[in-house]
Design a protein around this ligand. Structure first.
Ligand SMILES: [Ca+2]
Length: 460
């Protein structure tokens, strides 16, 4: 070797040594700078200085099977350069088939649908990674756990409808609309429901609608109240617009309210006033008391002035009594002295009420004007001013104005159904039944007659 070549080699070696010394010194003195010495046997990283680094990461399970909807949290362990292990941090997770399984930033895998996916966890560098293979199988079809209506209580007006919306809670905690429901009402008079869950309010009342799932014996209910329609009083009317009462009589007004829904009911909250308290007064309950002969108008008012009606009262001090039969509502005139004529009846009544005789008419039972000389008999019609009454001469059942055995027979026949009796026997029986002898007095006949007409409650 020449001297010059030897010198050149010496310079190169020296320069190399200096460079190495510099690099080594820098590696030792500057934290974080180290030399990685790859070794063919392991792939481990040999550290230089205090830093412990991630050598590799791994998962506890490399293959898992999940059902649809299930989740699985990946557990990734990092093996460190000092041979220690710890939970891996700062990883990124990816799925190669999000249709089958997804993974979030925390490594939680969610099985989406039947299929396979490989989930990869990556560290800070490409070569630090691990994978888990996920097989997703079909989950069992969820079952209905409970069903619930959109409303559990409902108030409707008659004619209104409501469509029930039924939501099912499933065994996988999801909610769903389900089919195969049946709907029943426990009171179809008030509320009906069809097969689609449409409720119809029929009439005021209550009903419980039961919704049953076709399977699993699961049901829910909805209580429906059908409210009564709002109604108000349209008008009021009195049962008799014109009455004729005696000077010591009382009469109770009966007032009916016509409602906006077409129904009627007893009127309430009324006020009563009389145009002449000296003739007839009225109390707060609608009871009229007659005081002296004359005329008065009783005005009945409802809650507003527009709601009112009038009853015209004539107070008469005649012997004739004017009554309305409670059983039939028929207006009758009674109190006639037996045998009194039509002429005398008219003149006495005209005088008693201080009215013209021409305003009084009497018709016979056939509807023709009765002759003045006729006796007043049961079945005639007495019209005073504009009011008509059926004449009832107590005891005179056949209308001839005389009370005799024939009248009593009619009464007995009616009472006993004994119309098959021969006249003579019936007459005798009538007489005997009443007094035990053949004399039939007016008192006897009145007793039976009043009983028949219900004018008196006979207890004796
Ligand atoms: Ca008679």
């Amino acid at each position: 070797m020449s001297k010059s070549r030897s010198n050149v080699l010496h310079i190169l070696l020296t320069a190399t040594a200096v460079l190495l010394a510099f690099v080594l010194t820098a590696a030792i003195l500057v934290p974080g700078v180290y030399v990685r010495a790859e070794e063919s046997t392991g792939g481990d990283t040999e550290e230089v200085g205090d830093e412990v680094t991630v050598v590799s990461i791994s998962v506890s399970e490399t293959e898992i099977t999940l059902k649809e909807g299930e989740t699985y949290a990946m557990k990734v362990t990092a093996k460190m350069s000092d041979d220690s292990t710890k939970d891996a941090e700062g990883l990124t997770f990816t799925s190669d088939n999000a249709d089958a399984a997804t993974v979030n930033e925390n490594g939680v895998i969610t099985a989406v649908a039947e299929g396979e996916a490989v989930i990869t966890a990556k560290g800070e560098t490409e070569d630090i990674k691990c994978t888990i293979k996920v097989t997703v199988t079909k989950g069992a079809a969820p079952t209905v756990v409970s069903i619930k209506a959109d409303v559990e209580e409902l108030t409707l007006a008659a004619g209104e409808t409501h469509s029930l919306i039924i939501t099912a809670t499933m065994s996988d905690n999801t909610t769903a609309m389900i089919t195969g429901l049946t709907f029943t009402s426990d009171n179809a008079d008030a509320v009906t429901v069809d097969e689609n869950g449409v409720i119809t309010a029929v009439a005021p009342g209550e009903a419980v609608i039961t919704v049953a799932s076709g399977t699993d014996d699961i049901s829910c209910t909805c209580r429906v109240t059908v409210s009564a329609p709002e109604t108000h009083v349209v008008s009021i009317s009195v049962s008799e617009e014109q009455i004729r009462i005696g000077t010591s009589d009382k009469y109770t007004l009966k007032v009916t309210a016509e409602m906006s829904d077409g129904t009627t009911k007893d009127a309430e909250g009324l006020t009563f006033t009389s145009s002449d308290d000296e003739v007839a007064s009225v109390d707060e309950s609608g009871v009229i008391t007659a005081h002296k002969s004359g005329k008065a108008e009783i005005t009945i008012k409802g809650e507003s002035d527009e709601i009112s009606c009038v009853c015209k009262v004539t107070v008469s001090d005649s012997n004739i009594r004017f009554e309305t039969l409670p059983s039939t509502g028929e207006r009758v005139a009674t109190g006639f002295n037996p045998g009194v004529t039509v002429a005398k009846t008219i003149s006495d009544l005209a005088a008693a009420e201080n009215i013209a005789p021409e305003s009084i008419t009497v018709l016979n039972a056939e509807g023709a004007v009765a002759a003045d000389s006729m006796r007043m008999g049961t079945g005639m019609t007495l019209t005073v001013e504009d009011s008509s009454y059926m004449v009832v001469v107590l005891g005179d059942t056949d209308g001839n104005g005389v009370i005799n055995n024939k009248d009593v027979k009619v009464i007995l026949d009616y009472l006993t159904g004994a119309s098959h009796l021969l006249d003579s026997r019936a007459n005798n029986l009538a007489a005997q039944v009443i007094k035990g002898k053949n004399d039939v007095t007016i008192e006897n006949a009145l007793f039976l007659q009043r009983h028949l007409y219900g004018l008196e409650n006979i207890t004796q």
